[in-house]
Design a protein around this ligand. Structure first.
Ligand code: HAS
Ligand code: CU
Length: 553
């Protein structure tokens, strides 16, 4: 065994070999992102009326490119990153290794699934976009591949729970350390949320694509998809919250002011899983009452993020004031902007303020009718997944890659420039998409090839293309910094990950201790799910397998 990288007073050691799976997940995720980003360029140019995809090798259609863009960036990158990063934060938080066999099994399952889905997409057997709505049909290998990607998350969750059980045995009566609590809560939420997509794939789509059943049920398929499809955005977001709550206060010299508030935010995400119907506000077959109820629940799920905004902002303010920042806003300029990791993540937060507000527009039942299926929606999600999450991945990579490689980051200045360039790009792109969407510019449509391009879409389309170009350029710089750090970074001994110790010790009595009892929250979530989904399923089942669908070429 090599010398430990992390070795703390409590006797916890992490060796290089422990980090191999983390590294493999991270680098595979970023490799996939590189492909996804290149395909994003075509999406942006499409809105400007320029059909770039004709010049791409291998890719034959706008929809094939969009499918790969969405699946790679939103499903594969995010899973690989979460599986890698959260294994690390769980182990560090508990001061305990996770079972290596499970961690490696998760890695190989994810890789196998990603390769299978990629094969289907690149050979034109899956052009059904990342939401794969039936009755569009893909080759069975696509569905199986995605199922394996989901299974990899369950294996990761099992690894966490095994470690948690061991930790509880050795630490009776103690509160779960905050970093581990947040990491485990993320996967507990996802374990519940992923059941919908699992049932859709296993019970409906796989048998249908294999020809075992004659048809499928589009409404049930979409409902099961969105059962998972809303909370999946929190499976993307919560690893970032682990960093914003658990690391950024430390990295920026600040303090996290409340242990209980942090745990409560994560518990609310576990509780409020069943809001997926807000993606189905225009679907026939879902009652108006249900749509209104889910709109209200969606406003509720806004709150844990609102709490996060204030808590993280306060942590940054404390740091900024300690560094000499004065007055109402002086602290903001004393955030350590010269630290590429902090800089990227604070910029990601700023974008999320706008992304969150656009989410409220989507969530309002009546406003949604105006923006649904328009470019407004990609405007919203490039600020959320596309920046709050993606730019935070980059910020995390700016300390994590040096830690994994034991090398200093190559060109910190370029890394900082890269983050600002990305923010500038996404603000222009999203402004274009949002304005275009409000003028009726449709999403998921090859409008570069259409005859009905409207004058009102011209400027928004150009902004989208210009912003997208800056984003791709910025990503190229990120990959340059990443590769150069790995191959040419100065050797450096980086002893630990920058996690925030709990500031005020967690309460040892009172209601707060119940926050750690995951099973309470799981039961409550299941009850809420039964209330929201029960009546719909009762009225709708058994599935109506009449739709035979459009088969792949
Ligand atoms: Fe969303 C559609 C509603 C959050 C992603 N969303 C999408 C789609 C994606 C997506 C991918 O209700 C498209 C799906 C598709 O393909 O059809 N979304 C919401 C709401 C929230 C929300 C209410 N979305 C996200 C997140 C995503 C994401 C997070 C990815 C990671 N979304 C919707 C709805 C639709 C939808 C409808 C369907 C639209 C349709 O018709 O199709 C909320 O969770 C947002 C809460 C966020 C906040 C912001 C908190 C800000 C923070 C940063 C603080 C800043 C600091 C800086 C500390 C309340 C935490 C401080 C410094 C200073 C000085 C200021
Ligand atoms: Cu949603």
């Amino acid at each position: 065994m090599s010398t430990p990288i992390v070795s703390d007073a409590a006797g916890f050691k992490l060796e290089r070999t422990d980090l191999n799976a983390v590294r493999a997940n991270l680098y595979f995720g970023f490799a996939v992102l590189a492909v996804g980003v290149l395909l994003g360029l075509d999406q942006a140019y499409n809105y400007a009326g320029v059909d770039l995809v004709r010049h791409y090798p291998v890719i034959n259609s706008y929809y094939q490119g969009l499918t790969i863009h969405g699946v790679f960036n939103a499903l594969v990158l995010t899973t690989a990153f979460a599986n890698g990063f959260i294994v690390l934060t769980t182990a560090r938080g508990l001061g305990r290794r996770l079972p290596g066999a499970l961690v490696h099994a998760a890695l190989w399952t994810m890789l196998a699934g990603a390769v299978l889905a990629a094969w289907a997409m690149f050979t034109g057997r899956a052009t059904v976009l990342y939401t794969f709505y039936p009755p569009l049909q893909a080759h069975w290998s696509f569905y199986l591949g995605l199922a394996l990607v989901v299974i990899s998350t369950w294996i990761t969750s099992a690894a966490q729970l095994v470690a948690l059980r061991g930790w509880r045995r050795d630490n009776p009566g103690r509160r779960v350390p905050l970093l581990a609590f947040m990491s485990i809560a993320t996967y507990v939420m996802w374990d519940i949320a992923s059941v919908g997509i699992a049932i859709e794939v296993v019970a409906l789509l796989l048998p249908w694509s294999l020809g075992i059943v004659p048809g499928t049920d589009p409404l049930l398929g979409r409902t099961l998809f969105w059962f998972t499809g809303h909370p999946i955005v929190y499976f993307w977001l919560l690893p970032i919250y682990v960093s914003w709550y658990g690391m950024i206060p430390r990295q920026s010299g600040g303090t996290l002011f409340s242990d209980s508030l942090t745990r409560l935010a994560f518990v609310l995400f576990i509780l409020l899983v069943p809001v997926g119907f807000h993606h189905q506000f225009v679907d026939p077959g879902v009652s108006q009452g249900l749509k209104y109820a889910v709109a209200a629940l969606t406003f509720a799920i806004f709150f844990p993020s609102l709490m996060t905004a204030f808590a993280v902002m306060y942590a940054l303010e404390i740091g900024g004031r300690r560094r000499g920042g004065k007055g109402l806003v002086g602290w903001f300029f004393r955030i350590p902007w010269s630290d590429p990791s902090v800089c990227a993540q604070v910029l990601a937060m700023l974008a999320f303020l706008l992304g969150g507000i656009s989410g409220l527009v989507n969530a309002s039942y009546t406003l949604n009718l105006e923006v649904h299926n328009t470019a407004f929606v990609p405007g919203h999600f490039h600020l959320t997944i596309g920046t709050a999450v993606a730019l935070s991945y980059i910020g995390i990579a700016y300390w994590l890659v040096p830690f994994l490689e034991q090398r200093a980051l190559w060109s910190r200045r370029l890394a900082i420039f890269q983050s600002f360039l990305y923010l500038a790009g996404v603000l222009i792109l999203s402004r274009g998409l949002i304005a275009g969407g409000l003028a009726g510019m449709p999403r998921r449509t090859a409008i570069a090839q259409a005859s009905y391009h409207m004058a009102a879409w011209r400027l928004p389309g150009l902004m989208t293309a210009a912003g997208g170009t800056l984003m791709v350029a910025s990503m190229a710089l990120f990959f340059l910094v990443l590769v150069m750090t790995i191959v040419a970074g100065q050797p450096a001994a980086i002893a630990d990950i920058p996690f925030t110790e709990t500031v005020s010790a967690p309460a040892t009595a009172g209601w707060q201790i119940n926050l750690d009892r995951f099973h309470y929250w799981v039961i409550a979530a299941v009850v809420l799910i039964a209330i929201v989904y029960g009546p719909f399923l009762f009225a709708h089942l058994p599935p109506d397998l009449a739709a035979t669908g459009l088969t792949y070429p």
